[in-house]
Write a protein that binds this ligand. Structure first.
Ligand code: S3P
Length: 172
C-alpha cells in the first residue's frame, strides 16, 4: 500500500478544504480527482455530465485512479463524492493509501451547498430529497471503504486538521 491520505465522503463534506489545509501544513501536494478530470477534459464537471453523460465521467474517475496508483505517493488525495461507489474504484483506493471517510449530516450539506450550480446530481427538483436519498445509499459504502472515520459537523477547520493528523498518525 502507498502512503497517500485519501479523503472520501459526500458532496460538501469538506474533502478539498480539509485536504488542502492538511497538505499545506505538511508540505505535501493535494490532488483532487474532480480537478484532474476537469483539467484533462478542458471543461467543468457539469459540462462533462451534460455533453458526455455521467458514465463518461465515472470512467474518467477510474482512469484517474489508475494514473495516481502509477505515479503518486505521499500526497493528499481528495476524491469526488461518487467515486467510491464503484467496486473497482474501492479496490484501487485501498492500494493507494489510508482512506478517511469525512461523515457529514444532511443539514450541513444543505447549508453548505445552498445555491450550488456545479454539482449535476443535485440540480432541479427537491434538493433535500436528493441529498437524503444519496446519503442513505452511500454512507454505509463510504464507511466500509474507509480505514478511518471523522464526523465533520460543527467542527472548525483547525480542529479537523488536528484530528486528521492524530488519526492518521495512530493508523500508520
Ligand atoms: C459527485 C460529487 C462531486 C463530483 C460530481 C459527482 C457525486 O464531487 O465528482 O459532481 O457523485 O457525489 P464533490 O464530492 O467534490 O462535490
Amino acid at each position: 500500500m502507498k502512503h497517500n491520505i485519501i479523503l472520501i465522503g459526500f458532496m460538501g463534506a469538506g474533502k478539498t478544504s480539509i485536504g488542502s489545509a492538511y497538505a499545506q501544513a505538511h508540505g505535501c501536494p493535494l490532488l483532487d480527482t474532480d480537478q484532474l478530470i476537469e483539467e484533462e477534459a478542458g471543461m467543468p464537471i457539469s459540462q462533462i455530465f451534460s455533453s458526455k453523460g455521467e458514465s463518461a465521467f465515472r470512467a474518467a474517475e477510474t482512469a484517474v485512479l489508475h494514473r495516481l496508483l502509477a505515479d503518486t505517493d505521499h500526497a493528499v488525495i481528495s476524491v469526488g463524492g461518487g467515486l467510491p461507489l464503484r467496486e473497482e474504484n474501492r479496490r484501487l483506493l485501498s492500494r493507494l493509501g489510508t482512506i478517511v471517510f469525512l461523515r457529514v449530516s444532511r443539514d450541513t450539506v444543505l447549508k453548505r451547498l445552498k445555491g450550488d450550480t456545479t454539482r449535476p446530481l443535485l440540480q432541479g427538483g427537491d434538493t433535500c430529497e436528493k441529498v437524503d436519498k444519496l446519503l442513505a445509499e452511500r454512507n454505509l459504502i463510504y464507511e466500509k471503504a474507509a480505514h478511518l472515520l471523522m464526523d465533520v459537523d460543527d467542527r472548525t477547520l483547525d480542529q479537523l486538521v488536528a484530528e486528521l493528523e492524530k488519526k492518521v498518525g495512530e493508523a500508520r
